[in-house]
Design a protein around this ligand. Structure first.
Ligand code: UDP
Length: 476
């Protein structure tokens, strides 16, 4: 039921020049971590090692934690199809959406708890009293009690949320609340996501972050960008051998290709609009497609929708279905329009190779769209902003914390307003100077607020605060 994800240590020292004045805080956090966490393992538990934002962050953050001597570990829980059907439903409910239309009653509770009881019995062999267990998202909430019983200190981290909770959201909360309530700390990505009725003394708000040095975000020579995008089969830009630097510093070649739905590759001069996301209805691929095909007036522009190969993401049973729907929508378009729409499913066999594919595509884009209907944070937004791309995104969830409308990107007030999305695309394609200014401001915004060292410093404060609070309550 459990898979260990290996983590190679990386020193955060490489951020010294990037974060400037804030490096002193990072050094302070490192010293505190070394003093306070010695002898404790810090277990991070989630439900997938690849695909999606949580896996993306854990890869980087845990490498830096190990790089300063913290004993950070990562375990992925397994489950049967029923379990992941229930957890996907929970995910949708928490986002205020009914998902597959099923309920969250006693039968679902039994599926959920039985699966997690099996995971807990394996975790019992690993976790020791005094360890810190960091449980991520609904899939792992049911482990809180068993980890507390072992004498571990338990943090539950919720990466998702809704600005205005509805009845479905509350149903999701009520399903999970009995599980998470006893945890030592609850962490949310933004204040508006905090659930009603939780003990405020245990609450922390920690926005996510990206890693500037990962294959997903590392600098790429423009010729390499062309080479990788061409190798994938998406464009005809031309270039040299598609290489990139892996996390261990070695240089590797991109070998695999994308699974494409396209007629003619994108030409070097064609303006390219891109959305990168899992094949999830809340990312509203259908809406992006309709906005583009019915309302964008620039007829040179191409639209590229990018997501993972649907075999690759274990905990997302709806992926294949959604990709199928998007394919059908594209197929039904008149020939001329269909020729301007590209779908790319990227191989997930090697996460670092997949990451550099995304990196190159984001850098090749003239405009990035993230037209989600719900979004915990939206790492893809920060990733594109860091690459100096102008982003057009829905004014929802954590996206609002990232983009300052009109300065570091464009926010669309109503995510269903397709005309405004299309106007924003046309506007940026027509005014490349503005697009460039916005991209530069976006990069600065990410440097200030959304790079990994900020999150690491907050995590140290959170763990130390939680340990102190427990000591105050007289716990072991
Ligand atoms: N992603 C990826 N390959 C893909 C599609 C997405 O690596 O083919 C990554 C994307 O770059 C981002 C993460 O998956 O790092 C998605 O995170 P986000 O917060 O945007 O959305 P989530 O999937 O968590 O809802």
């Amino acid at each position: 039921m459990l898979t260990h994800v290996p983590i190679s240590p990386v020193s955060p020292e490489r951020y010294r020049d990037i974060v400037g004045d804030r490096w002193a805080d990072v050094e302070g956090g490192i010293v505190t971590a070394q003093e306070r966490l010695a002898g404790r393992a810090i277990w991070h538990v989630n439900s997938t090692a690849r695909g999606g934002g949580v896996a993306e962050m854990l890869h980087s953050l845990l490498a830096y934690a190990r790089g300063v001597g913290a004993d950070a570990r990562w375990v992925v829980i397994g489950g049967n199809a029923d379990f992941f059907r229930v957890t996907k439903r929970l995910h949708n409910y928490l986002h205020g959406s009914s998902g597959d239309g099923g309920g969250l009653g006693e039968a679902e509770r039994e599926v959920y708890e039985q699966n997690l009881a099996r995971c807990a019995s394996e975790l019992r062999e690993l976790v020791r009293a005094g360890d810190i267990v960091y449980l991520h998202d609904p899939q792992t909430a049911g482990l809180v009690r068993s980890m507390l019983e072992l004498g571990a200190r338990v943090i539950w981290r919720c990466h998702i949320g809704l600005d205005d909770p509805n009845t479905l959201t509350r149903t999701g909360w009520n399903f999970l609340k009995p599980h998470i309530e006893p945890a030592d700390a609850y962490v949310f990505s933004r204040r508006a996501f905090v659930w009603e009725g939780l003990d405020h003394d245990k609450l922390w708000v920690v926005p996510p972050s990206i890693d500037a040095f990962s294959p997903k975000n590392e600098k790429l020579d423009p010729r390499l960008v062309c080479a990788i995008v061409e190798h994938l089969g998406i464009s005809l830009d031309g270039g040299r051998v598609p290489t990139y630097t892996r996390e261990d510093g070695s240089v590797a070649r991109v070998d695999r290709r994308a699974d494409l739905d396209q007629e003619v590759p994108v030409g070097a001069e064609d303006p390219l609009v891109v959305q990168v996301s899992r094949w999830d209805r809340l990312k509203d691929h259908a809406g992006v497609l309709t906005a583009f095909t019915e309302h964008v007036t620039d007829d040179r522009a191409r639209l590229l929708l990018v997501g993972p190969s649907v075999e690759g993401v274990a905990d997302d049973p709806e992926g294949a279905e959604v990709l199928q729907e998007v394919r059908a929508q594209r197929s039904a378009l008149p020939d001329e329009m269909r020729a301007r729409i590209h779908l790319a499913a990227l191989p997930m066999d090697d996460p670092q190779e997949n990451a550099v594919m995304v990196n190159a595509i984001q850098r090749r884009a003239d405009v990035i769209v993230q037209k989600s209907l719900a979004e915990g944070f939206g790492l893809t937004v920060a990733e594109a902003m860091w690459k100096g791309r102008p982003v057009i995104a829905s004014r929802i969830g954590g996206i609002q914390d990232q983009i300052v409308d009109g300065e570091s990107g464009i926010l669309i007030d109503d995510p269903h307003d397709l005309v405004s999305v299309a106007d924003a695309i046309d506007g940026l394609l027509a005014d490349s100077a503005r697009a460039q200014r916005m991209g530069a401001a976006a990069q600065e915004r990410v440097r200030e607020m959304f790079l990994a060292p900020r999150q690491l410093v907050q995590y140290v404060a959170l763990i130390v605060g939680m340990l102190d609070a427990r000591d105050d309550r007289g716990a072991v």
